[in-house]
Design a protein around this ligand. Structure first.
Ligand code: SF4
Ligand code: SF4
Ligand code: SF4
Length: 300
């Protein structure tokens, strides 16, 4: 069968028109998905951690444990159910023989459009308009979807308990509601952690990274990553060297919604192509078989 490009395009155009998609088809399917508005577009509170000001004293880690009633005599090596905030001592030197340690405080990023909130099927997680992402243990069914959904690998569970609950920093939402500083920000002796309105902190952060005398990487981590977060970072070394992942600006929740909205159009497109192929195939196979014309043999 000779399926020419012209045959295909003709049949494809007919079938696309039949499905009413002729005018829309050239557009990219994702462009048709509606844009998801961030849950907290600009407002809310946040924390800014300037890692260049951190001396690794771990006062924030201790204050967090005390605030949350967690044991203070263990030595956590990462975020866990007994450490919702963890000071990671990162070796940022390219030369293994000459280590250069840069501490960084890690905790939940309290994202603007949190993947954990989208993943939770029972509404146990909620983003407050003031910034924190809070957790209601009474609603939690222990499914751990939040743990798999989080792009920062933050939620942790009480693995030693039969019904383990999720644990993460909520930026001391109760203290914030009472007009007080989060415990870690209050405990920091160097001013490495600042708490305030997210917009104001971004202004401060921009001034620092744009200072010609400055030593900063010219990026505010958390300003745009996964739709923005209520935890912002400044650093003098690449953020990935400090363990912060390189992430797109679109939030996982928004990306999955775009895909869901595009699914009907993708399905219609596939149906259109298959319909086009069907018509072409049918037309070609329906052509009468050419009977070879034998030269007339005869004579008079
Ligand atoms: S960092 Fe993870 S756990 Fe925290 S708000 Fe974002 S998605 Fe949720
Ligand atoms: S904001 Fe509160 S819960 Fe979060 S790291 Fe600081 S002290 Fe811990
Ligand atoms: S309290 Fe401040 S200086 Fe000390 S480890 Fe925490 S962020 Fe760094």
């Amino acid at each position: 069968m000779n399926l020419t490009r012209r045959d295909f395009l003709k049949a494809f155009g007919l079938s696309a028109a039949a499905l009413g998609l002729g005018a829309k088809f050239p557009a990219a399917p994702l462009a048709l998905a509606p844009k998801r508005a961030p849950i907290v577009p600009h407002g809310g509170n946040a924390m800014l951690m300037d890692t260049t000001k951190c001396v690794g004293c771990k006062s924030c880690q201790l204050a967090c444990k005390k605030k949350n009633g967690l044991p203070i005599d263990d030595q956590p090596v990462s975020l866990c159910a007994t450490a919702l905030c963890y000071v990671d001592m990162k070796n940022v030197s390219p030369d293994p023989s000459k280590p250069v340690i840069q501490p960084i405080k890690r905790q939940c990023m309290n994202c603007n459009d949190p993947a954990c909130v989208s993943a939770c099927t029972v509404g146990a997680l909620q983003k407050l308009s003031t910034g924190p992402v809070v957790y209601d243990s009474n609603r939690c069914i222990g499914c751990r979807y939040c743990m798999y959904a989080c792009p920062f690998g933050i939620p942790t569970f009480e693995w030693d308990k039969q019904f383990s609950l999720m644990k993460k920093c909520n930026q001391c939402a109760d203290l914030q509601a009472a007009g007080q500083l989060p415990a870690c920000a209050k405990a920091c002796p160097t001013g490495a952690i600042q708490y305030g309105r997210r917009d104001d902190l971004l202004t401060i952060a921009r001034q620092r990274i744009n200072d010609p005398q400055g030593k900063y990487v010219k990026h505010i981590y958390g300003e745009t990553e996964v739709g923005g977060t209520s935890m912002l970072y400044l650093a003098a070394v690449p953020f990935q060297a400090l363990g912060l992942p390189a992430l797109p600006d679109v939030s996982p929740a928004e990306a999955s919604q775009m895909i869901m909205h595009s699914t009907p159009l993708v399905a219609a497109t596939v149906a259109t192509v298959l319909t086009g192929l069907y018509f072409v195939t049918r037309r070609l196979t329906a052509q009468p078989t050419t009977v070879p014309v034998h030269p007339h043999i005869g004579g008079h």
